[in-house]
Write a protein that binds this ligand. Structure first.
Ligand code: TXA
Ligand code: MG
Length: 352
């Protein structure tokens, strides 16, 4: 069973109790030593939890692919320490062979934060993390526990942490330490140590922009929207085309619970419930607009009306609704507004 260490005191060090803070700091140092020794760490970030390894140790990175059951040619994101812009710039220079101006502007505007940039890779580093691509995905996360761990790793000579979302391949991403434990319950504690950094505040994965093709291309929508990206660089961001490299998060079917997810307008949901009457069962519902039913066997959750609040709880709700006995999860189609792009994308993939 993987070992979980509490690092939540680092979320607000000024208000934490001294003993809890010392314990969290020790947990982070223990995790850094484990990573240096080639083990895996469940890493809290502001988006989702990652399954981390030293990005420059091919064997350790190989363990991530094995644990997830992820195809070896699906590239991982490398996370960088960012106590200052100078520190993440040094990290970028270690992994990337080129840095277009628009990519530097995006980093300046959104790092540390939920944005991943794909850059041409320095071919002598990070081949395993990059899944053999000649590019590399880089991100400087904002989460205090992630940054504390990246700093401790940096002190041990670890330049970056390769970390995909800490779920088995194709499944719902984890947004709490307990989700990570559930995903990898079979791994022994000398192979996986989990840092508990509390629930992830953003809740869906980072926005990914490919900066390796001369112009910015959006590979995966997230909570940093296209308009904000364009405003920061003063040029258009293209939407992903077919020539884009493989990205697990961009496979049409992904983030899928065991129950079947269907997106439908509330009126259609209501009509189906009226038809089923008291017999409606084995159905979970996630809706903004209220529904009524004669059945007492429905599992009902209300969806927040704000996109950021919905993103924050989305994966936890999908896990909660995906319980034994539930065969269908009906989700009210999210609004068409741009701030729902990330949530809509994840729900469409869960339903594919
Ligand atoms: O928010 C996030 O990005 C989280 C946290 C842990 O940082 N990580 C995450 O990793 O979502 P993962 O592996 O589940 O998704 C990473 C995505 C994949 O779709 C992968 O294919 C893409 O990034 N990616 C990474 N490197 C790439 C590259 N060189 N070229 C194209 N896509 C790349
Ligand atoms: Mg993933």
């Amino acid at each position: 069973m993987a070992l979980t260490l509490d690092a939540r005191a680092l979320l607000d060090p000024a208000r934490a109790d001294a003993a809890a803070l010392a314990q969290a700091q020790q947990a982070v140092e223990q995790a850094a030593r484990a990573l240096k020794a080639g083990a895996l760490v469940g890493l809290p970030t502001e988006t989702v939890y990652g399954l981390a390894a030293d990005a420059d140790q091919a064997q350790a990175v190989g363990r991530i692919f094995d644990a997830k059951g992820r195809p070896k040619d699906h590239p991982l994101i490398v996370h960088l320490a960012g106590a200052s812009a100078a520190q993440w710039r040094a990290g970028v220079a270690h992994y990337a062979r080129e840095l277009p101006d628009f990519a530097a502007q995006l980093m300046q505007a959104f790092w540390p934060g939920p944005l991943t940039l794909i850059l041409p890779r320095r071919l002598e580093v990070g081949a395993a993390s990059a899944g053999g691509q000649d590019s590399i995905g880089l991100r400087c996360p904002a989460h205090p526990v992630a940054q504390a761990l990246l700093q401790a790793c940096f002190g041990l000579g670890v330049q970056g942490l390769a970390a995909p979302s800490a779920n088995r391949f194709g499944r719902v991403s984890p947004t709490s330490a307990a989700h990570v434990r559930d995903e990898f319950a079979r791994l022994p504690d000398d192979e996986l140590l989990i840092l508990d950094g509390g629930p992830c505040p953003v809740g869906i994965e980072s926005t990914i922009v490919d900066c390796s093709r001369g112009r910015p291309v959006l590979l995966r929508p997230g909570m940093i929207g296209v308009e904000a990206l364009q405003a920061a660089i003063g040029q258009p961001v293209a939407l992903r085309d077919q020539a884009a490299p493989k990205a697990s998060g961009t496979l049409e079917s992904h983030y899928a619970p065991s129950a079947r997810v269907r997106l439908l307008p509330q009126a259609e949901m209501q009509a189906a419930l009226d038809l089923l009457g008291a017999d409606a069962r084995q159905i979970a519902i996630y809706t903004r607009t209220p529904v009524s039913s004669a059945s007492r066997h429905l599992l009902l959750r209300y969806m927040p009306t704000q996109a950021d609040a919905c993103a924050q709880e989305l994966f936890a709700v999908l896990r909660e609704l995906d319980q034994p006995g539930i065969q269908l999860i009906w989700v009210e189609t999210p609004p068409a507004d741009a701030d729902w792009d990330g949530v809509r994308d994840r729900l469409q993939r869960a339903a594919a």
